[in-house]
Design a binder for this molecule. Structure first.
Ligand code: ADP
Ligand code: MG
Length: 335
């Protein structure tokens, strides 16, 4: 390890507020590996996500915002498993030793790390094209795990928050999503409040850790929506061997998306977009009221958007109960 690397690790990570102590962290940054106790009768839940400059964020993006997003999307995977965050590791590929950037980056990780009591315990630094890889570690009680494979016919399908904002945010930030031109803003000159809303939607998605932690024993299946509702709900359906009916008029949208996209574009963003990091949960009729009261206590919006049925695949219904034909392909117009 070069002196420069050593200094980066010391200044921005080892001696930063990110490296706080937490019960069970026996050895953190500074040895060849971290030593972590798994509390008795718990499962260790591990998940990892990479963010690459030019693909997931613009090269010019603010370092603190990228850092926040990188940790948020990882925590969202823990939420999707119903896990409690424990600690995280960070691999950084940096094109240059830029102290101002590193200072901001390290600071940008702090808010979520502290809020979820999830300290940085180790990592790696190498030179190369700017990329950020985070691995989060969480804890589950074995009977409080959210998996993809438990959905049953008759269960209701719920989503947290609003859908489509992630894809619309990409359009407003100027990053092309895999939707290409499919999500268009009505007017490129968004009101400042909307622009700020979408910036936050993209760089500060809310990992639904609290909701997941309180409903992990209530729901039959769950996933976080990172690739669009159809794809991600599809993963639950495939894993569970069931199908679903979606009531598309019940999809929840934000005020900002309502004011700056057409209904067709909004629907497309929700179904095929991505980067929403909301939870999609299935719940049996017996547990619906418990789930709704958990969400109400947390002041977290949840919406019932459909039902699990026998069979496979997703059927989309309009308000009148008529089937809406969808193409599999987001580039094609389907309305
Ligand atoms: P080694 O050469 O043994 O692989 P490194 O020089 O990569 O070790 O790292 C030294 C210590 O610093 C290790 O404890 C490692 O986990 C930690 N570390 C390295 N990079 C980071 C980083 N980006 N964030 C947090 N800790 C890091
Ligand atoms: Mg070593």
């Amino acid at each position: 390890m070069s002196q420069a690397e050593f200094e980066i690790i010391r200044r921005y990570f080892k001696e930063s507020a990110l490296n706080f102590s937490r019960q069970g962290i026996e050895k953190s940054i500074g040895d060849d590996g971290a030593l972590i106790k798994i509390p008795p009768d718990h499962l260790l839940c591990m998940s990892m996500d990479a963010l690459v400059a030019g693909v997931h964020f613009p090269y010019s993006a603010d370092a603190a915002m990228i850092a926040n997003r990188a940790l948020a999307v990882n925590l969202s995977d823990l939420a999707a498993m119903g896990a409690e965050p424990y600690c995280f590791t960070l691999a950084l590929v940096l094109p240059e030793n830029n102290p101002a950037w590193l200072e901001k980056f390290s600071g940008g990780l702090l808010r979520l790390a502290q809020r979820f009591n999830c300290p940085l315990v180790g990592g790696d630094i190498t030179e190369g094209p700017l990329s950020i890889v985070i691995q989060v570690h969480g804890l589950n009680q074995p009977d409080r795990v959210i998996r993809r494979d438990g959905a049953k016919p008759g269960d209701s399908v719920y989503v947290s928050g609003c859908l489509g904002d992630g894809a619309i945010a990409l359009a407003s930030i100027g990053i092309r999503s895999h939707l290409g031109e499919a999500v268009e803003l009505i007017d490129e000159t968004l009101p400042d409040a909307c622009r700020e809303y979408f910036r936050a939607a993209y760089y500060e998605p809310e990992p639904r850790i609290e909701l997941a932690g309180r409903c992990n024993a209530l729901v039959s299946a769950g996933i976080d929506i990172s690739d669009g509702l159809l794809g991600d709900l599809g993963h639950i359906l495939n894993a569970s061997g069931v199908g679903a009916e979606l009531n598309v008029h019940r999809l929840p949208y934000s005020e900002s998306s309502t004011c700056c996209t057409s209904p067709e574009n909004r629907l497309r963003a929700a179904l095929y977009g991505g980067d929403d990091y909301e939870l999609c949960l299935t719940v049996s009729p017996q547990q619906i009221s418990a789930l709704e009261s958990v969400a109400e206590k947390l002041n977290t919006r949840i919406s019932c958007i459909g039902e699990i049925v026998e069979g496979d695949g997703i059927v989309c219904l309009d308000e009148a109960g008529q089937v809406i034909e969808l193409t599999d392909h987001p580039y094609e117009h389907f309305l």
